[in-house]
Design a protein around this ligand. Structure first.
Ligand code: NAD
Length: 367
């Protein structure tokens, strides 16, 4: 495939995306011309990035905050985003969100084990939910979240930011066009952790180790690109650390999956391995490597490879917070136009099923 054909395909992908996002009937309760009001729940590092991104969206705004530290974080972010004091809640007063018409939806950016409870409480308060990945810490929790949102007739979207990234969408289109021949295998990895003194190393809050936090990115990409669910899963966990830094989750995990078509996928992640973040895709007549692949911030995603006789290379900016702006815009669009998110609860559930199977195969079950 030549570059012109690749560019044409990419334009087609984006055009299709627009049609799918906007071609739905409007929800009578919210005027499609106003901005969707979102309350951020848990004001940690990713919530800060997301709230900033919302200010760059055309159809959403931050209208509420939920925090365990209302005097400090509530005051600070309230001033930054113009949120009045009576729209700043604690976890104890969360359910009063239902009486606040300025809040249409919540963005849940809490430790993983809290996603289920706050999504269900949001649904019961009549609020749409955008929940961070991983959706929850078990498939059973995911099912309860889906049911609660369905019962309350609210949207449930999972924050898979790469699905809203133009480079990822381009590469998915390329792979699915057959330009690399018949796809045989994917490999991916995501390694590292900035701050070890936190909930991610506490199984009761994290639900498991780095596969839920980092490895979920290559795993989700393989499921998304193939459009298939793994039919068999293998895994190995290891903790070489002797300092006690990993009392309840593993230090590293490697895994393999096989999809029904015969495509193989393998990946690794760790909280204490120096490594890059990457995705490779091998077909019978071409291959691709995306690196960096899964980080966000001041980075540029770069891919190289071949398709038949042609060289492939390209890049896409993920200048902080591009992916989050597209994600927030899509979520608000779904609320405004009563359409189904591209990454609904079912997408989070499918990842959790694969993650549970990998941990079970590794002899380290999480659910
Ligand atoms: P963080 O530690 O920076 O923030 C967590 C927030 O939860 C803090 O404000 C903290 O005060 C609050 N909190 C409430 N109860 C808590 C408790 N019992 N223990 C600890 N914190 C508690 O974490 P983060 O990096 O912002 O991650 C939050 C969620 O977002 C996680 O599910 C994570 O997987 C996800 N995440 C997604 C991305 C992405 O790129 N989409 C990136 C980072 C994190």
């Amino acid at each position: 495939m030549d570059r012109r054909r690749f560019a044409q395909l990419s334009a087609l992908t984006l055009a299709n995306m627009q049609v799918r996002i906007s071609g739905q009937s409007p929800d009578s309760s919210i005027s499609p011309t106003r901005r969707v009001g979102i309350a951020a729940v848990g004001l940690g590092s990713i919530a800060e990035v997301f709230m900033h991104a919302v200010t760059a969206s055309s159809n959403a705004r931050i209208t509420g905050l939920v925090t365990g530290h209302p005097a400090e974080k509530g005051t600070k972010f309230g001033a930054l985003y113009n949120v009045p004091g009576n729209s700043i809640y604690t976890y104890e007063t969360f359910d009063r969100l239902k009486d606040n018409p300025a809040i249409d939806a919540v963005y849940i950016a809490l430790p993983n084990s809290m996603h289920c409870e706050y999504t269900i409480r949001a649904a019961e308060a009549g609020k749409h939910a955008l929940c961070e990945k991983p959706m929850a810490i078990s498939s059973a929790e995911c099912r309860r979240m889906i049911d609660a949102c369905r019962r309350a007739n609210v949207k449930l979207m999972i924050g898979y930011r790469t699905h809203y990234d133009a480079t990822f969408r381009k590469l998915r289109e390329l792979v699915r066009s057959g330009a690399l021949g018949e796809i045989q295998a994917y490999q991916g990895g995501f390694y590292g952790m900035r701050n070890k003194q936190q909930w991610r190393l506490d199984r009761s809050l994290a639900g498991g180790g780095s596969l839920l936090d980092l490895g979920i990115y290559p795993l989700n990409t393989m499921r998304w690109f193939t459009g298939e669910e793994p039919e068999s899963c293998r895994g190995l966990v290891a903790t070489r650390d002797k300092s006690g830094a990993f009392p309840s989750v593993e230090q590293s995990i490697d895994w393999m999956v096989k999809f029904p078509s015969g495509i193989l996928g393998s990946g690794g992640s760790s909280y204490a391995q120096s490594g890059t973040n990457f995705l490779t895709i091998n077909g019978t007549s071409g291959h691709l490597r995306l690196e960096p692949a899964f980080v966000y911030g001041d980075v540029i995603l770069k891919y190289t490879g071949t398709a038949g006789d042609a060289d492939l290379s390209g890049s896409g900016p993920v200048y902080d917070p591009d992916q989050f702006v597209s994600e927030a815009t899509h979520f608000a669009d779904c609320v405004l136009h009563n359409s189904q998110p591209s990454t609904p609860g079912e997408e989070g559930l499918a990842d959790l099923l694969a993650i549970e199977a990998i941990y079970a195969a590794a002899g380290s079950p999480i659910a």
